[in-house]
Ligand binder design. Structure first.
Ligand code: EPZ
Length: 451
């Protein structure tokens, strides 16, 4: 008996409303950015998720005072006394998240040295950090890899540089931004990622006093400044969570309104959702009786009541179809008539979860070939990174083990769409990125219980 198992009694459409808060993949970076300021920062609408706990722990270890603000989800970060933490203390967080790598620049600026533990995060491929290290070295950092983690110093300070990313990595772009803002001189980053969360991080840094220009063709220019202050910021809503609930509505033949979901950040997803046959309606004001604070409006997603249509899609960097939208949507694609094709071009090993869906009755085959229109980096490298999904398939209950965050949510959706009772093991992993997901599921009429 373990309390990390959820019994899911499937076969019931999910209907109702859920609310998404600040984007996980912005909030954690915004928290790190607070270290760069010489006065307190305030972040609103922070979700109660494991990644926030991990970053809070790391900030506190480095002397940043983290306190709750007046409103629900408001956090205040006071970096007045940033200090060194011991390797042992930091290593408590080893393997728990990928965010620690982003502390490099801020800690080098504030303390002249940094220690970064072994990273964690989802197991969806090798996830190297070579771009981060190359960029940091170009800024002037000395990086020493040791068995316990990575030690960094900047004996001659950090200086602006020209750097071209081999691939528009989200994390490496953030690394460069968080390092360049206080580096001496100008930094030019080519082939940068331009995800909405990165644009929001740029807004935060600008509020703090940074000078950052986003040019055309993925070029970002940062003029280093001498000091930064704190910020006060309401993050963009979580477009990945919003899409996960949209996929849940489609897969379970339900009707879910995602309060807070923002059309502008989800355009590509909405196009695919509509191509499958999913219906949606964007509302710009709060529904009646909805008085909770936060962004107004949201998007209602529902199943059309007729058969869904197969599609071909390719994941890509923004403004393409986000890789984090892929797994939940594939569950809905098992219910579409015809052959759907998914070409995963961001991560080489993000389709392993489809085996579990097959044990539930889905018909999904993975291929090493690039089955999308564009050959990708993983083409001839022996990675099963394309999937062919034949549908519609009647899903039945199964015992499932959650492999990573987004695949975990897709397992949940599959169990909810399936007839019978599934046992989903390792559900606590979902808390890394989905706030109160069990309460939300219950609010939507799902029949789930801890066993
Ligand atoms: C961020 O990860 C997100 N995580 C991921 O979300 C998201 O899937 C990903 O961006 C892509 O959008 C956070 O923001 C915390 P990358 P990140 O660097 O920054 C390769 C979720 O479920 N690469 O853009 O780690 C890498 O292997 C998570 O919320 C290198 O080769 O992703 C991958 O193939 C999962 N060398 C590609 O770039 C490097 O040094 C994109 O990775 C860095 C990356």
């Amino acid at each position: 008996m373990t309390d990390d198992v959820l019994a899911v009694h499937g076969g019931t459409p999910l209907n109702g409303r859920v609310r998404v808060r600040g984007a996980k993949n912005l909030v954690s970076k915004a928290m790190v950015a607070s270290v760069l300021g010489d006065s307190p920062s305030k972040l609103y609408d922070v979700p109660n998720i494991r990644d926030v706990e991990v970053v809070t722990g790391l900030l506190e270890l480095h002397g940043v005072r983290v306190s709750k603000g007046e409103t629900e989800g408001e956090l205040i970060f006071d970096p007045s006394n940033v200090e060194s933490a011991s390797t042992d203390e930091i290593n408590v967080h080893a393997g728990s998240s990928r965010i620690p790598i982003l502390f490099c620049g801020p800690l080098l600026h504030r303390l002249g040295h940094a220690f970064i533990p072994d990273l964690g995060g989802c197991h969806i491929g090798p996830r190297p950090i070579d771009f981060h290290i190359q960029a940091l070295r170009q800024f002037g950092a000395v990086v020493d890899k040791a068995p316990e983690g990575m030690h960094l110093t900047a004996p001659n300070g950090l200086h602006g540089t020209k750097f071209e990313l081999p691939y528009p990595s989200v994390g490496a772009t953030e690394q460069v931004l968080l390092t360049a803002v206080l580096a001496e001189g100008v930094t030019e980053l080519r082939n940068a990622a331009v995800e909405p969360e990165i644009m929001d991080l740029i807004c935060i840094l600008q509020k703090m006093g940074a000078i950052i220009t986003v040019h055309t063709d993925r070029v970002i220019e940062i003029q280093g400044v001498k000091r930064l202050g704190g910020y006060s910021h309401r993050p963009i809503p979580d477009r990945i969570e919003a899409a996960s609930w949209a996929a849940a509505a489609l897969a379970t033949r339900g009707d879910i309104t995602v309060l807070g979901a923002q059309q502008a950040d989800m355009g590509t997803f909405l196009n695919v959702f509509r191509s499958i046959g999913g219906q949606f309606e964007v509302t710009d004001t709060l529904p009646p009786n909805e008085t909770r604070p936060g962004r107004e409006g949201g998007i209602r997603f529902w199943h059309p009541g007729i058969e869904l249509t197969a599609v071909a899609l390719e994941t890509d960097v923004h403004p393409g179809f986000a890789t984090d939208w892929q797994q939940p949507l594939v569950v809905a694609l098992t219910q579409a008539r015809g052959i759907s094709i998914v070409h995963e071009t961001v991560y080489e090993q993000r389709l392993g979860y489809t085996e579990s869906l097959n044990t539930m009755g889905a018909t999904i085959q993975t291929y090493r070939d690039c089955l999308g229109g564009t050959p990708c980096r993983f083409g001839r490298r022996n990675f099963h990174h394309s999937a062919v999904i034949a549908g519609p398939s009647k899903l039945h209950a199964a015992d499932l083990v959650i492999p990573d965050l987004r695949a975990g949510f897709s397992h949940l959706i599959a169990a909810l769409a399936a007839e019978g009772t599934s046992r989903v093991y390792g559900v606590d992993l979902i808390k890394r990125g989905y706030e109160n997901f069990e309460t939300k599921l219950s609010d939507l009429g799902a029949n789930v219980e801890r066993v």
